[in-house]
Structure formats: C-alpha cells, structure tokens
Design a protein. Structure first.
Length: 491
C-alpha cells in the first residue's frame, strides 16, 4: 500500500515539493494568457484566416476545461505523482511542437494536446499539495503561495508574451515551457511522494467520465461559438442543449454509480459548494477583466504589446505581495470574512474601471483599479481554494481539486463569451460618439458594470453560505487525526 500520511513527508521536503508543483501550476496559468499577445504575429506567419485565429485559444480551452474533472479522478486512482509527471510531459512536448508548428491545423492540434496535458497536470498538482500539507496554518500558507502563482500567472503571461514576441518571435511563448517542464520532471521522483486513494475498489466510472467530459467540452465549444455567432444562432442553441443533456445524464449516472467519478455527497458540505459557485464567478471576472483591459490598452490607448504587458505589472505585484497576507488572515479570522472582503475589493476595482475614458491615462485611470483589484484577487483566490478543499476526504482529493479548477475554467469560458457579447452590443449602441474610441469605451464600461455586479453576488454568497470559523472547525475533520472512514462518515 502506498504511504499517503502527511507525517511521512519530512518538513524540508514538503516545501521543496511545493516549489515544484507551484512552478508547474504557474506554467499552466501563464500559458492561458501568454498566447494572446502573440496572436497577431501568429496570424501573419502561419497565414491564419481571421475567423480561425480564435481556435489557437479555444482548442486549448476546450480540452483543458473538458478533462479537468476526469484528470482529478485519474490522479486519485492511478497515482497523483504519476498523473502530474504524465501531464507535465504531455504539456511540455506539446509546447515544443507548438513552437515548431508549420500550419494553421498543426498549431491548433498541438494546442489541443497542450490543453489535455494541463487538464491532467493541474488537479494532480493541487491534490499533491492537499495531501502533503495538513489542514490549518501550514496548508493555508502553502495555498497562499499557490494562490500567488495562480493569480499572477495571467498578468505575468501578458507581460512575458509581449516581451518574447517583441524581442524574439511568437514561437518562444511556447519554447519557454520546455526547459522548465524538463527540470520539474527531472526532480519530481525525488521530491514528490506517490499517493493515491485508499479505496476498497479500483473500478472506474467510464459512463460518468464519458458524459461529463463530452458535456463540458461541448459547453466550452458552444460558448466560444456564441461569442462569434450570437446566443440565438440555431447551432449555438443546439450545442448548448446537447451539453445540458450530457451533463444532466452525468448527474443521474453519478447518483446511481457504486464508484462515481464525482461523489455527489461532497456537495453536502455547504462551504465546498459555495466555494465552487464563487469559483465560477471569479473565473468569469478574471478572464474577462484581462481580456477587456488588453483590448482597451491596445485599441483605445494604442499601447504596443510590450507596453500592454508592462501595464499589468501593478496587478501582478499586488497579487503576489498580498496572497500570503490573505492566507495569514484566513488562519486568524477564518474563510468567510477574508473571502467576502476580497470580493468586495474586486468589486471596487471593477467599479473604478466602469469610468474608463476614451482618452485615458495609465496612472490616473488604470493603476488605482489594478492595485485594488489585485489585492482583492489575492484575498479571493486563497480562501476560495481553501474552502473548495477543506473537509474533503483524502480519497477525494483529486476530484475536489479537479472540481475547483473546472468551476473556475468553465466560469471563465461562460463569462468571457457573455461579456464579449455584452461589450460588442454596447459598443454598437455607443458608436454615435464622434471619437473612434468612444464606442469601444462605452462597450467596455458596460461590461465592467456587469463584472462589478458579479463580484457583489460572489461576496453575498461568501457571507451567506461559507461557514464561520467555529462551525467550520466543528464540522470539518482533520486528516491528521481522523481515519478515512471517519472523514467519509462525517461528509
């Protein structure tokens, strides 16, 4: 039997293991954003039609979002380190092939493979963290570092993408993953302890895996199409209906399965359910905010790719600096007040962006919002992740990790598609402005109004459904003192 006890991992080795898995997580998050800045160069070099260019992003997102839940459960059953290394190897190899892509179809295919590698890697990495650090101060500190990497990866990706594309070529936004991935794979056998769920069975829920993976992939594809063709397009409606049918079938299969891919009993924990609901909203806000601000800086303020990337340094530094402040506050005050405060700060930052002018100035119009929303994100990512993992039996560590990642990814896809449509519609209504940037700015302002409302809804969910500290402590078992059977009974 594989040793999965937290005490079996020496102190120093635990923190070195954290450095390894945080590096891998940063690569995955970075890659979601780093490619955006390189798209114009990719379009020119590989002769992409305008209509097909979005598939460089969408191919990655569809495979990544669709396979996260399956990747998490595979890690539980087959071994978390094994899935971590396999996912990282696929991700790094696909990155290399993306850099050498010779045509439109080859790049899209390699990006899809890269998304699959990320879907295997991300939940395995988070579940290794979860089973390496016990609940409480140590795990909160580890998740603070994790949250800093996850939260800053998107902003750092825009900066690094602009730098690499401007100084070298677009291929380097992919090549940069290869040496980092190879180094992490090399040290993983020495620093990461293998673990898997101690289940009485080794059955795999094939029907559940098939329906949820197909349903989620179809959903992301439908949302990508909706941003182009509109929500009322018959094909879009048919795809959404097909996705809903598959996901409903998945829920019914899980209710009846003796060995479910996603044990529905984990949703009885109110804090976990609330965390995943908030993750959907946070994904929508984060994806949309970076997308809209990139367009605003490049199309309205006429910044270069490098200037746009540099503009995000403020939000990146705010997230990195305050993520560990957030975890310390969670340890002292509990999840509810820190998570609610974080979402309210995000709402304030987004509210400032609703006033963006057509002739904006970085330090007066963007910098304050970047700092405030960056602090808010730091205070949100960490407690949200802790809440999504707290009280979960170690047997379900991978699936809980996959679930919180899936919630954020699907929220990002839904939010980006919806907000893009809202901004485009509002832009067309604002084109009466005599200034070329006036219509665009009007669309961005309307989109930020919507995102501000989402942040306030998230804060309300945190206040209403995340358990306060005394109740949380009373309800949630500890991996360090309880047996797996006691944990599952409590759940």
């Amino acid at each position: 039997m594989i040793d999965t006890s937290i005490e079996a991992v020496p102190e120093r080795r635990r923190w070195l293991a954290l450095a390894v898995i945080v590096t891998a997580q940063f690569m995955v998050v970075l890659d979601i954003a780093i490619v955006n800045v390189a798209l114009p160069a990719i379009k020119t070099d590989l002769h992409f039609p305008e209509a097909s260019l979005q598939w460089v992003i969408s191919a990655y997102a569809i495979l990544f979002g669709g396979f996260l839940l399956l990747g998490g459960r595979l890690a539980d059953i087959l071994g978390r380190r094994r899935l971590f290394v396999a996912g990282l190897a696929l991700f790094s190899t696909s990155s290399l092939l993306c850099g050498f892509a010779w045509s439109e179809s080859s790049l899209i295919a390699f990006r899809a493979a890269q998304g699959l590698g990320g879907a295997l890697l991300a939940p395995a990495a988070l579940s290794i963290l979860m089973t390496t650090f016990g609940e409480g101060r140590e795990r909160n500190l580890a998740l603070g570092i994790w949250g800093a990497a996850s939260g800053s990866g998107g902003a750092a990706g825009v900066l690094l993408g602009g730098l690499l594309t401007s100084t070298l070529s677009w291929s380097w936004v992919f090549f940069i993953n290869v040496p980092v991935g190879a180094a992490v794979i090399a040290v993983s056998p020495w620093l990461l302890r293998e673990s898997r769920s101690q289940l009485a069975h080794r059955h795999f829920d094939v029907a559940g895996a098939g329906t949820v993976t197909a349903g989620l992939m179809l959903l992301v594809y439908a949302l990508t199409r909706a941003a182009e063709s509109g929500w009322g397009d018959p094909t879009t409606v048919a795809l959404l209906a097909g996705s809903a049918t598959l996901i409903a079938a998945f829920v019914e299969i899980e209710r009846r399965s003796a060995a479910p891919l996603l044990p529905l009993r984990i949703f009885r924990q109110r804090t976990l359910a609330a965390a995943n609901g908030i993750a959907v909203l946070v994904g929508a806000m984060a994806f949309s905010q970076f997308f809209l601000l990139t367009l605003y800086m490049q199309q309205v303020l006429h910044y270069s790719a490098l200037q746009t990337g540099a503009g995000f340094v403020a939000i990146t530094l705010a997230i990195v600096v305050f993520a560990n402040v957030g975890q310390a506050l969670v340890t002292r005050l509990g999840l509810r007040p820190v998570l609610a405060a974080g979402l309210l700060l995000v709402a304030v930052g987004l509210g400032l962006l609703t006033q963006l002018p057509a002739h904006g100035h970085y330090f007066w119009d963007l910098f304050p919002a970047f700092v405030v929303s960056g602090i808010g994100m730091a205070f949100t990512f960490v407690p949200m992740t802790i809440a999504g993992l707290t009280g979960v039996a170690r047997a379900d560590a991978g699936v809980a990790s996959g679930l919180i990642n899936t919630s954020r990814q699907i929220g990002g896809a839904v939010g980006l598609a919806a907000v893009s449509t809202i901004a485009a519609t509002s832009t067309s209504h604002g084109l009466t402005s005599s200034l070329a940037g006036g219509g665009l700015t009007h669309g961005f302002q309307t989109a930020f109004d919507v995102l501000t409302a989402l942040a306030l809804v998230g804060a309300a969910i945190a206040v209403g459904f995340v358990a306060p500290p005394p109740r949380l402590a009373a309800r949630e078992p500890s991996f360090e003192t309880d047996t797996i059977e006691q944990i599952e009974e409590a759940a």
